[in-house]
Design a protein around this ligand. Structure first.
Ligand code: PBG
Length: 326
């Protein structure tokens, strides 16, 4: 008699498969990115990200209404300013585009969790995420300015800040800045493990945030490194991060799993612009089944250990969930 395991018993019907499914994606897991642009009225589609738009201040609430109506509970907001300078003042002025948008959104939708991406690359004339001196991104000066960004976002009413500037000590500096300004209760979602990745290409087109010289390799991580990711996440946790993030997601799911096994903080992964663009492009060519691929991709991130996923697919996924097509 043959002796072997019958794994297929638990796959015999869709009801049986439902019963033994280990990983679930919930609507609460999704964070939708939103781009607000000081230079436009209405909305403009981002060429390399079909279905994703930049919104003028006058149109932002239409998009937020859509997101809220779908049942999505949180957004992360990015700004495109109408002026750039050496110190990225558009990122931390009271009347910066993100600050204005946050005030507008929170006034209309107080329950929506509004997370502000805390960075300078869209606002500096150099396109770098901090202060540049002699063609070098100076760490500690950059901390001072990124802290100003975070505090101004909290003042505008952001529920959380998500520093993505990748400077050493950014969590410690921002935590101190927020506390001193009276924002002890505003959490920090740290882009702890942020690789220097070409998967950010479409985002940089969308937000006009590409570096004008050099690259980000002196502050974002080498994709070849794994132990360094653990050190980065450990530093942020020690400095007081409330969430840690791994970004990008698809090529880094091993890192998501590693970090999951090393931290008790909620873990976020960012399904970035290039990942979105690749799936959209293949789907538009009829080469893949978009719905199925998106599902596999996002469920894979959860299986790897992510609690939350920032994804440009969030609205589409929520729509499918609402229509019982998930
Ligand atoms: C800002 C920032 C970037 C992304 C999120 N925050 C760009 C970068 O680091 O170059 C990328 C997001 C995406 O690609 O979807 N620093």
């Amino acid at each position: 008699m043959l002796n072997f395991d019958r794994h297929r018993r638990l796959r015999s019907s869709s009801e049986m498969r439902d019963l033994v499914r280990e990983t679930h994606l919930n609507k609460e897991d999704l964070i939708m990115p939103v781009f607000v642009d000081a230079t436009i009225k209405g909305k403009e589609e981002i060429k390399s990200m079909p279905g994703i738009y930049r919104f003028g201040l006058n149109a932002i609430l239409d998009e937020i209404k859509d997101i809220v109506d779908l049942g999505i509970k949180s957004i992360i907001i990015f700004g495109i300013p109408d002026h750039k300078d050496d110190v990225g003042s558009g990122a931390w002025e009271d009347n910066g585009i993100v600050q204005q948008a946050i005030r507008k959104i929170k006034a209309a939708y107080p329950q929506l969790i509004v997370i502000a991406d805390t960075c300078m690359c869209e606002y500096t004339s150099t396109g770098h995420c901090g202060i540049v001196k002699d063609h070098h991104v100076v760490n500690d000066d950059s901390l001072v300015y990124n802290t100003k960004v975070a505090v101004s976002q909290a003042k505008a009413g952001a529920d959380m800040v998500a520093p993505s500037n990748a400077m050493d000590g950014f969590v410690a500096a921002i935590r101190k800045g927020l506390d001193e300004a009276g924002f002890k209760m505003i959490p920090i979602m740290a882009y702890s493990v942020k690789y220097a990745s070409s998967f950010y290409g479409p985002f940089r087109d969308a937000a006009d945030g590409a570096p004008k010289f050099g690259d980000r390799k002196s502050y974002q991580m080498d994709p070849a490194n794994r132990l360094e990711a653990l050190r980065e996440a450990a530093s942020d946790e020690e400095e007081g991060a409330d969430f840690v993030m791994v970004k990008p997601a698809m090529a880094f799911l091993d890192i998501v799993r590693d970090i999951r096994n090393h931290t008790n903080l909620p873990l976020v992964t960012y399904n970035v612009s290039g990942e979105y663009a690749m799936i959209k492009a293949a789907a538009q060519n009829g080469w893949i089944n978009e719905d199925q691929i998106v599902k596999e991709t996002l469920v894979g991130m959860k299986r790897a250990g992510a609690d939350l996923i920032i994804s440009y697919f969030s609205k589409e996924v929520a729509t499918r969930m609402n229509e019982q097509r998930w």
